[in-house]
Design a protein around this ligand. Structure first.
Ligand code: ADE
Length: 220
């Protein structure tokens, strides 16, 4: 689940350039019995399995200290501001369970923060961890082509990105707005700001009133 995303494109190049180091640790390697058990049935009964606290503690002991994030739908919703804050930390430890619950003591004693990537349930935290890695990495200087490119995009002022066009000027009768072809950069800049605001009002009016999230850079 990690190999594909971490060995392609920007995340791959960031590692090659030595801008980031990504290690994947399999908690199964820290099971203590010969069946490599990492989960068990819940005390008190009920369906499902529960990830064991002792195995998790051993796995965490095996890696150097970092800010520990448990990926779970119970966590705080990931947003651009949180991504920016996380990107300032030198070492993140992302903890993902698969298709089961966590022993509550993992949450209570072993983790610094719980993070959710959205109000839906995935089969495990792995994909959520990949999302965190991707979003955080774009903030590491040198990872994106120009550092500027992160700053200028959507969300840099709590607004969505303005509409963009490229050649051809006309396709099947669908035209690029004349103004963009005019060469009048002042007018174009004004139009873009207006469009960004209009678009945000239409598509995501919640962003205009929310203070908690989009104060930093991001993407579309
Ligand atoms: N694990 C399962 N669902 C998740 C979600 N929405 N966010 C983070 N981790 C999860």
């Amino acid at each position: 689940m990690f190999e594909g995303p971490f060995s392609e494109s920007i995340i791959k190049r960031a590692q090659e350039k030595g801008l980031v180091k990504i290690n994947v640790t399999n908690i199964r390697n820290f099971a203590t019995d010969r069946h490599k058990t990492v989960d068990d049935t819940p005390y008190g009964g009920g369906a499902g399995m529960v990830l064991k606290v002792d195995v998790m503690a051993k796995a965490l002991d095996s890696i150097s200290d970092g800010y520990r994030i448990l990926l779970t739908p119970q966590g705080k919703l990931l947003n651009q501001e949180m991504v920016t804050q996380l990107s300032k930390r030198p070492h993140l430890v992302l903890i993902a369970g698969h298709y089961e619950g966590f022993d509550e003591r993992i949450r209570e004693y072993l983790v610094d923060q719980e993070v959710s990537i959205g109000d839906y349930v995935l089969t495990g935290g792995e994909l959520a961890a990949v999302v965190v890695v991707d979003a955080v990495l774009r903030h590491v200087p040198g990872v994106l082509g120009k550092e500027e490119s992160a700053k200028k995009e959507s969300f840099s002022n709590n607004l969505l990105e303005y509409p963009q066009y490229t050649r051809p000027e006309e396709f099947q009768g669908w035209k690029v707005p004349d103004l963009l072809l005019s060469g009048d950069h002042e007018k174009i800049e004004k139009w873009r700001q207006e469009q960004a605001l209009k678009r945000t009002k239409e598509k995501r009016p919640d962003l205009l009133t929310r203070k908690d999230c989009l104060s930093q850079s991001g993407s579309d």
